[in-house]
Design a protein around this ligand. Structure first.
Ligand SMILES: Nc1ncnc2c1ncn2[C@@H]1O[C@H](COP(=O)(O)OP(=O)(O)O)[C@@H](O)[C@H]1O
Ligand SMILES: [Mg+2]
Length: 141
């Protein structure tokens, strides 16, 4: 579905944000986007871009590490960060129900909850290429 946009390389945070904006234009209600990549790879910046396309102020989109999930656009966008979840916590979170609706969901550190993400999840990988360069590509789970 992203074949015209990915793989991509960006050379700045704002280019990654812009890529997120363009990716959002092919997303539909209920889509779940899993963002795999190390700390600083640009996952949150890609999420900011997706949010911007949904008319959410990107400044309000921050890594939801401590809250695990943040709602934006009156619930039309969910931004999750599973980094801090341990053991069976992720099971108790009710991810499958949370991701069952019409919201677009963007999930950072999705590996922590892979078994709870729906089969339709779109997996993307972000790779630090050194300096300000990042590669963004579709990853088959
Ligand atoms: N091409 C780029 N894309 C995204 N972020 C970049 C890029 N170049 C530099 N950066 C910087 O790298 C960091 C990425 O942070 P963030 O988006 O929070 O990553 P993550 O959520 O993967 O930890 C930010 O400080 C950003 O300014
Ligand atoms: Mg982040």
């Amino acid at each position: 579905m992203f074949s015209s946009l990915l793989p991509a390389e960006t050379a700045s945070a704002s280019e990654t944000l812009d890529l997120g904006r363009r990716l959002a234009s092919v997303l539909e209600a209920g889509d779940v986007v899993a963002l795999v990549g190390d700390l600083g790879a640009g996952k949150t910046h890609l999420a900011k871009g997706i949010a911007a396309a949904l008319e959410v102020d990107p400044d309000t989109v921050t890594s939801p590490t401590f809250t695990i999930v943040q709602e934006h656009a009156e619930g039309d966008l969910l931004h999750l960060d599973l980094y801090r979840l341990e053991g069976d916590e992720v099971g108790r979170l009710g991810l499958d129900e949370m991701l069952d609706g019409d919201a677009i969901a963007v999930v950072e550190w999705p590996e922590r909850g892979a078994e709870w993400l729906p089969p339709r999840t779109i997996w993307l990988r972000l790779t630090h290429l050194g300096g300000d360069r990042r590669r963004i590509e579709v990853e088959q789970p």
